[in-house]
Design a protein around this ligand. Structure first.
Ligand SMILES: [Fe+2]
Ligand SMILES: [Fe+2]
Length: 280
């Protein structure tokens, strides 16, 4: 099973770059192109929040057009830049699995790996929130899985990452959340976005994985007391591959043109005969 991941598209209205300089719409299109170029094709695509910059209807229309190009089913969750109601209203037609209730939590059971979408948005706040109600919902869904391999995907990483500018606004989780995850070793990953750069850490007996943004990244800054700044480092998509033998293996695929693939063959050196056995 191949799970592609797009995160933090931050789509803007046409002609209005994010922060005045980042053409997030073109970047989102290039990220979708990168998924279209994957061989073999992914079985599904997780889109882990901040689909838009401000949650406007115009932005969601652009998101819909881009996600419609994907070669596999997409599973979308909101981020802090989205507006939950506008998100659901704009995307419910294309993605009928989105629930009508208060939180956009759901489970995709169609694959060898269960995909559990956990809505981490605390509307109006930058930081995420897993409240007692969402923890209880997750506990029920994990119990139903009876140990089948599972990926939980959510916008906000539910753990500290050791970067002061990121940890300044941590995700608040209910008291039982860490123990709940720890009781379910079938959780192969908690797959997130939000921090706009690749990060991995051990968390509650599983692996926490943060995917980069499809457009602007957050500069790595480990100095205490520093704030986040964005930087135009290469964007990337994530590709998570599951087999019964390996479990889930996660890759990052940079988005962009880095030239052709080349064979590992040294050029002939002047004055030295190449032998037929040189590459044996
Ligand atoms: Fe974001
Ligand atoms: Fe975010």
């Amino acid at each position: 099973m191949i799970i592609a991941q797009l995160s933090d598209l931050h789509v803007r209205p046409h002609g209005r770059p994010a922060y005045g300089v980042v053409d997030t719409n073109a970047a989102a299109a290039r990220a979708v192109d990168a998924i279209l170029a994957l061989e073999p094709r992914p079985d599904c695509v997780l889109v882990t929040g901040d689909l838009t910059q401000n949650g406007s209807a115009e932005e969601y229309a652009i998101v819909r057009a881009q996600l419609a190009r994907l070669p596999a089913p997409a599973y979308v969750i909101p981020g802090n830049h989205d507006q939950r109601e506008a998100f659901a209203a704009a995307l419910a037609h294309d993605y009928p699995y989105l629930p009508r209730g208060s939180f956009l939590n759901y489970v995709a059971e169609d694959f060898p790996v269960r995909l559990i979408a956990l809505d981490s948005v605390d509307q109006g706040e930058e930081g995420g929130l897993i409240c007692a109600e969402r923890e209880a919902w997750l506990a029920d869904r994990l119990a139903e899985g009876r140990g089948r391999p599972t990926v939980i995907f959510m916008h906000h990483p539910p753990f500290l990452v050791g970067v002061p500018g990121m940890d300044a606004v941590p995700t608040r989780v209910s008291p039982g959340f860490v123990d709940l995850i720890a009781r379910h070793p079938e959780v192969e990953r908690i797959v997130c976005g939000h921090y706009h750069r690749p990060i991995q850490r051990r968390f509650a007996g599983t692996i926490g994985f943060v995917a980069p943004c499809t457009a602007h990244q957050v500069a790595l800054d480990l100095r205490p007391g520093t704030a986040n700044h964005f930087v135009m480092e290469p964007p990337a998509i994530a590709v998570h591959v599951w087999t019964p033998e390996t479990g889930l293996v996660s890759h990052l695929q940079p988005v962009g043109d880095y030239g052709p693939r080349r064979a590992f063959v040294e050029p002939a050196e002047p004055g030295r005969e190449l032998s037929g056995a040189a590459h044996a």
